[in-house]
Design a protein around this ligand. Structure first.
Ligand SMILES: [Zn+2]
Length: 192
């Protein structure tokens, strides 16, 4: 990732919340963000797809997918795999929204059981992955939640409606353990 991208991603995440009238530490529902971005979310189960094809589409094992993003007639569109756990779908929607926010130009698209599967390069995927995580859990709230509000990974995951893996990933990415320990050490010293 380019230098400065992580800061930019967290700025985007904070701004998105403030624009929607939320605080930085508030849960951001990806459906609400999508609506604000005029991106439509489509569950193929609600489309007129023959049940056999739909079954193949949703339960294709080799290349399991949770969300596919594409521009349909110029409109940002995300197809979701409603057979997946909600936490996974939410993370995947944020990932696809991140591609839209960053205006990533795809390398192309392939037909994936009738849905457009957009291909991005490795750097774009890394950026969307990082920004997607920031949109779920902004950096700014992590330190105070762990230092002052007795949060743990379980509580963090519950608060932001994400999996524990995503919670742990964000905790590690922002170096929270180190920052909290450094703060406690300093606090202890000042008391002595
Ligand atoms: Zn992607």
């Amino acid at each position: 990732m380019k230098h400065g991208f992580k800061k930019r991603a967290n700025r985007i995440s904070k701004k998105a919340r403030l624009k929607l009238g939320l605080q930085v530490k508030d849960y951001l529902n990806p459906n609400v963000l999508a609506e604000a971005m005029k991106a439509q979310i489509i569950d193929p189960a609600n489309l007129n797809i023959p049940s056999e094809s739909l079954d193949t589409l949703l339960n294709h094992r080799e290349d399991e997918w949770s969300a596919l993003g594409a521009h349909i007639n110029g409109n940002p569109t995300i197809f979701i795999n409603s057979s997946h756990p909600k936490t996974r779908i939410e993370a995947s929607i944020m990932h696809e929204l991140a591609h839209f926010i960053l205006k990533h130009e795809p390398m192309g698209a392939v037909n994936y059981f009738g849905l457009p599967l957009t291909r991005f390069d490795k750097e774009q995927e890394e950026e969307a992955e990082f920004l997607g995580g920031c949109l779920q859990i902004p950096e700014e709230c992590l330190f105070p939640l762990f230092a002052f509000e007795k949060y743990n990974l379980q509580k963090l995951a519950e608060h932001f409606h994400c999996s524990k893996q995503v919670a742990r990933m964000r905790y590690n990415q922002e170096g929270i353990r180190y920052r909290v320990n450094a703060y406690k050490k300093k606090y202890k010293q000042s008391k002595n």
